[in-house]
Design a protein around this ligand. Structure first.
Ligand code: 3IX
Length: 173
């Protein structure tokens, strides 16, 4: 698939954490009010990410009517959010919390409402606090991708990063 995302040189391989989620199991819920994965979020993508072998994962998302952009098809921003969620979850296999620094999407085909989008994802490697990932999406045939994505995630100190915002956090009612 065509992309204009340029990977830097010097990316080093990363290793799965020994206590990471086992292949075939769902990677732990981030938090229940998360727009990407939360079961209690008022509006959300409700994506479940399953660990694969090594530093890989898969995920699915149902394309619901509220996700419409062009007539009958998914909004590009919703798909972008889905890729962010899928790729942002995979660094949990390293047991390292991250936030997105750079996200690039390649849209190859329109995705109809009512589809199930299947995602594959892998960690390419890292440089210092930077973790590079790539992902692709298909509608049932992995040989016919409908979109692809790359992202750079930055490892953060979880407590410190959100310290000034926690008083605004919303909780399940
Ligand atoms: C939805 C939020 C969830 C957040 C995650 C919470 C918990 C994590 C735990 C579990 C995760 C589980 C599931 C998560 C699922 C989905 C994830 C969704 C993730 C998101 O949706 S999260 C929201 C959007 N995200 C932000 O809200 C970030 C705002 N931002 C910042 O908070 C700062 O910007 C930060 C921290 C990114 C960096 O700040 P900083 O001061 O710590 O570090 P610094 O600036 O030095 O960058 C360090 C090195 O990255 C390079 N670098 C930085 N940005 C770059 C760019 N754009 N392009 C190329 N290189 C870049 C620098 O050049 C330097 O590289 P070098 O070391 O080589 O110089």
């Amino acid at each position: 698939m065509k992309t204009s995302f340029v990977l830097p040189t010097g990316i080093e391989p990363l290793t799965r954490h020994p206590n990471a989620t086992r292949p075939g199991q769902k990677i732990d819920l981030h938090h229940s009010m998360c727009y990407g994965c939360g079961a209690d979020a008022e509006v959300g993508l409700r994506i479940a990410v399953t660990a694969g072998e090594g530093l890989t994962a898969t995920a699915t998302m149902q394309v619901e009517n509220w996700m419409q952009g062009g007539p009958g098809v998914i909004h590009g921003g919703v798909l972008s959010g889905a890729f962010d969620e899928v790729m942002g979850t995979v660094p949990l296999l390293l047991r390292r919390p991250v936030v997105t620094g750079h996200l690039a999407i390649d849209y190859a085909k329109p995705i109809p409402l009512g589809s199930t989008v299947h995602f594959g994802c892998e960690i390419i490697g890292g440089i210092g606090r930077k973790i590079y990932t790539r992902s692709y999406a298909h509608l049932g045939d992995p040989d016919a991708p409908v979109a692809g994505a790359h992202a750079l995630f930055i490892v953060i100190d979880l407590e410190q990063h959100f310290a000034d915002y926690r008083d605004k956090a919303v909780h399940p009612s």
